[in-house]
Design a protein around this ligand. Sequence first.
Ligand code: ATP
Length: 221
Amino acid sequence: MTHDTSSRDSLLALFGGTFDPIHYGHLKPVEQLAKEAHLDRVVLLPNNVPPHRPQPEATAQQRLKMVELAVQGNPLFSVDDRELKVDTPSYSIVTLETLRKEYGADRPLAFIIGQDSLLTLHKWHRWEDLLRVCHLLVMARPGYAERLDTPELQRWYDQHHVEDAAKLKQRPHGFIYQANTPLLDISATEIRQRRHEGKSFADLVPDAVERYIESNSLYTK
Ligand code: ATP
């Protein structure tokens, strides 16, 4: 696949997740981040979870459907289901390298993660290659430490960190930007928990996602 590579200084961001289900803790900070960092488009990438990890409760198709419903009619977002189309586990670096090839070497690309993911990034497959392929945009998340685990990791962060979002369009990859996004104490775990307990979760997801969860009796067993 090839994509429009004409606008060197347009910034495309990828946002991977299990999205079991997608919720406002994903969507609202990303919308704010898009304004702050002048993102042209955010591509949502639902993950295929490796067999040795706890499996999502909803099927891949259900998670994809919820992601699609959540962003329907919102031109900021598109959905890429490539990781769900294969049987192999998703490694973000592998998908990002493929996207890098598709968009060409010059196009600024960014990968969005929450603070919790930043804190465990050093356990990801080939994590040190990520900044050779994209920028990292980090969204704050309540309850997670601000500093990385070890002085060495913190040094890595400090070396790549930029304050000015405008820099993200000046290079295709290599920077870490900490977003000033709203702190939303929402997790998919909490939504599944509320469903198991028969409690309302309508305040945590878009209406269309709520309706889909209800009508498919998701997270009830
Ligand atoms: P679970 O509770 O099942 O672990 P989750 O709510 O953390 O799920 P994921 O799909 O695992 O959701 O998250 C995808 C990405 O979104 C991760 O990078 C995660 O850090 C980020 N993220 C999730 N919830 C929030 C939130 N409330 N604020 C900021 N980032 C978030």
